[in-house]
Write a protein that binds this ligand. Sequence first.
Ligand SMILES: Nc1ncnc2c1ncn2[C@@H]1O[C@H](COP(=O)(O)OP(=O)(O)OP(=O)(O)O)[C@@H](O)[C@H]1O
Ligand SMILES: [Mg+2]
Length: 246
Amino acid sequence: MRFKFRLPLLEVQSLISGYGKMAIIQGVSLTIEPGDFVALVGPNGSGKSTLIKSIVGLTNIFEGKVSFQGADITSKKPEYVASLKLGYVPQISNVFTDLTVRENLEMGGTIIKNSSQRKKLMDQVVGLFPILASREHQKAGYLSGGERQMLAVGRALMAEPKLLILDEPAAALAPKMADQLFEKLSEIRTQLGVTIMLVEQNARRALSLSNRGIVLIQGKKAFEGTPEQILKDTELIRLFLGELTV
Ligand SMILES: Nc1ncnc2c1ncn2[C@@H]1O[C@H](COP(=O)(O)OP(=O)(O)OP(=O)(O)O)[C@@H](O)[C@H]1O
Ligand SMILES: [Mg+2]
């Protein structure tokens, strides 16, 4: 009898990566399964952004391997990684401020060659974020912080990602705005079927949305488990989450 193995959507194996010759990520392994909502949490400077930048091709990889849907994407160019339908919303500079809202969305969809499919995606994005339709002709630089983050997420969705990785999309947003954005992320997962990996400072909030949490400390995976396991482990919170808001 042959066994069928379901491939994880994303697999990171023993990754050592960083900038120049400096290793920041020190041997991290993780997998993301289709349908997951994974929260990546940890103190400032623990390497969360560096880890996800390594996945999407924006750092130097010294050792280890990154695979997406079975394809080796280790050290591949960001454009190539994006073309495989791995979406990434960076922590900063995630929209083109001199372009209009519509132009930003259109740029996000350039990898979709079929124009009726692009239109369908545009309808889906403005259905999810109606504010983007009403601001269509406005320069992205004039949007409020919350609107800008919605545009950044909408722009990434225009490429029809299977996995969407977001780096602190709610940083600098008022709590109410942040809640609205996170509600949308849950909808994106449940209604559009997009798998999500979210980096977020507020561990409790991120874990409340996710089915699995990964705690990163000083470039290493310190703990991985269900949100309940992480949040009820007061020792873990004390030792590992440190100054994090939990
Ligand atoms: N472009 C860069 N060149 C050199 N070092 C960098 C660069 N970006 C980040 N670092 C260093 O890598 C380490 C990890 O930073 P990183 O931004 O990955 O942390 P983080 O967990 O995302 O932090 P935060 O919660 O503040 O966003 C830090 O020591 C930082 O100074
Ligand atoms: Mg960061």
